[in-house]
Ligand binder design. Structure first.
Ligand code: 6GU
Length: 226
């Protein structure tokens, strides 16, 4: 998979790309991430990429030209499955969307900023608008990093044990069951007997019951969300 991230704050992505599972996926050549600075594409001689909105609202809006030129250039080089815009008024990211995006060959993620971007970019280039929750961030960069992380870890080969991605919370609209490791008893706190029984059928049944119970208690909305 190739992900092209379009931003006016490229440095914000260093942490995500140079660490953890995303870094491993890049090292294994399963994913390539290119961070593009929108400012590098402006034809404005003062390198300006934003302007005040028509109609007099406060704030600044990213202008069309540098973004359009950058997207056009990328589109001549390859076909993109989705051109995503990160914005609080987008559809909220969930595991189903991450699963779907993980099947992509090429993705563009355009990071929103300030008041936003000129609506015509959204109308003519963007195929999917994603929010990461009902709160406001200063920019779309953190959201783009969240999308990247949630998608990349699902690509086959990125996590060594595919089971560990399949058994995540949310994968079946259920929260993951409680999990334990050695010692079997600490301070008098015991691991549930069934997990030590070696009976895989019983263990699976227990885990499913725990998942359901936990979801009912903590996130009943997920059970009505099929
Ligand atoms: Cl994608 N962008 C911004 N600016 N704020 C957000 C968001 C995105 N998702 C939740 N809050």
């Amino acid at each position: 998979m190739r992900i092209d991230i379009l931003t006016i704050f490229p440095d914000l992505f260093n942490g995500v790309i140079q660490n953890s599972i995303v870094k491993r996926a890049i090292d294994k050549q399963i994913v390539e991430i290119f961070v593009h600075n929108i400012r590098d594409y402006t034809k404005n001689k003062h390198l300006k990429v934003d302007d005040s909105p028509f109609g007099g609202t406060a704030g600044m809006v990213l202008q069309i030209q540098p973004i359009a030129d950058l997207i056009e250039k990328l589109k001549t080089e390859r076909t993109y499955n989705h051109i995503i815009y990160t914005t609080p008024d987008g559809k909220t990211l969930n595991q189903a969307k991450a699963n779907m995006l993980s099947l992509s060959e090429n993705l563009i993620i355009l990071c929103g900023h300030y008041k936003g971007i000129d609506q015509r970019i959204r109308d003519h280039y963007i195929t999917m608008e994603i929010s990461i929750g009902d709160y406001v961030l200063t920019g779309g960069e953190l959201a783009a990093a969240v999308i990247t992380d949630s998608v990349v870890r699902l690509i086959p080969g990125v996590i060594s044990d595919i089971e560990s991605a399949l058994s995540d919370s949310f994968q079946d609209n259920l929260l993951a069951p409680p999990i334990y490791t050695r010692p079997a008893e600490y301070n008098g706190w015991k691991v549930p007997d069934v997990l030590l029984s070696g009976n895989h059928k019983e263990i699976e049944k227990w885990e499913m019951e725990q998942s359901l119970e936990k979801t009912k208690k903590l996130r009943p909305d997920l059970l009505n969300d099929k």
